[in-house]
Design a protein. Sequence first.
Length: 467
Amino acid sequence: MVLSTMVLSQSASGKFGSRWQASWATLSAGTLEEKKDFIIDKRLLLILPGSEKGFWGKLRHGKAGLVRLSLPAVAALTPPEWSVAIHDARADPVDYDRPVDLVGITAFTSEITNAYLIADGFRQRGVPVVMGGIHVSAVPDEALAHADAVVVGEAEEVWAGLLADLSAGRLQRVYKADHPCDMSRIPVPRRDLLRRGLYSGFNTVQATRGCPYDCDYCAVTSFFGGQFRTRPVADVIEEIRPFDTRSFLFVDDNICGHPAYAKSLFRALAPLRRTWGAQTSITFAKDRELLDLYAKSGGRYAFIGFESISKESLAGINKPWNQADGYGEAIRRIHDAGINIVGSFIFGLDEDGPSVFSRTLDFIMEHRIDAAQFHILTPFPGTRLYDAMRAEGRIAETDWDRYHTSEVVYRPRTMNAEELQQGYYRIFHQTYTVGNILRRVLRSWRGIPDRLAMNISYRNKARKMPG
Ligand code: SF4
């Protein structure tokens, strides 16, 4: 691990985390001199808004799901003259009267309306607000109606400068780095600022940024730039080593995007004897050594974007490399290596007719895909899909609240919106009947508890859907 990262990390877990709490205590009970110190000490509040819309946003009451690393990462970039707190509004309501000097907010598209409401609430109280993240980077002008400044793209290269500008009274409207950040200098995210009990999945980590592919419906490559970047393996291992749970999750968009890097990461990970899951493109199944290392290092799950079982549909979204013809063989190899598959499928592609649902269900059951999640095609801003649909006049819904992939927000081509919506509900229900769960879970004796747990979780989601 590089020195700068260590210094930030040690600071993060000790001095600055406790200083935030001490400052609040001082405000209520301290002497005048202490209050002066408190005022001099600048306070940054980072907020992740929630969204109750759609079936992916719904969480158990008071729970915040998986840890998303963006705000802990920004906290780690923040210079020591700032105290930092993170508020996860997925679990707790926002306190607008909290004394702060700056609010930072990031959000996905389906959360952005809530994010703007929160931003407006603080700005009405005279608190400056900065926004960033994948949605804001796609439509910065929209966000600037609710924020004093926006960060477009990665924060690493601009965050400290933004804070310095704010302190000097010369805050700019847009901050955008002119080059990707150096992956060997990314500090360890400040998980110490998170309330542990809120999260069903606390230990998440990122080893890479970007993806070697560029699917039409995905904003990953436009956000991170065309180059797939990797952190030094030693840094990633040192971040994972202190995790206090055996299992963790890589939040990378494609953990096997650079096979040689993935192999060296998995080799270094194996002695830690952890179990983990990650998103990966199905191309990793072509490389036997990569598959074996994935499994031997504790990789129990692979979240794989099959998207479609039709070659034409895959070509239509710039994903021809997914090679539907080879899915059966790839699944067999992944299963043989001892890895469970969570397959992701998209409905509503231009080549899909109404039979797509039954054909996809048959495919899932024939190949015993361990669990599947389904999405309705959604033209997210910042993607080529969005630009194309907009140019064709096919965007039917401009309320970002509804951009959560469980609802039809565009005009489909080969079935009507109601057929698409009902087909989506139907395949969710059919995939997670007790009989179909058992057929997949019992495909092998190895890993039954893992598969059962995944399926119960998805079945609970399916049961909240109409139909
Ligand atoms: S493979 Fe996945 S992460 Fe990469 S561009 Fe396609 S959808 Fe995005």
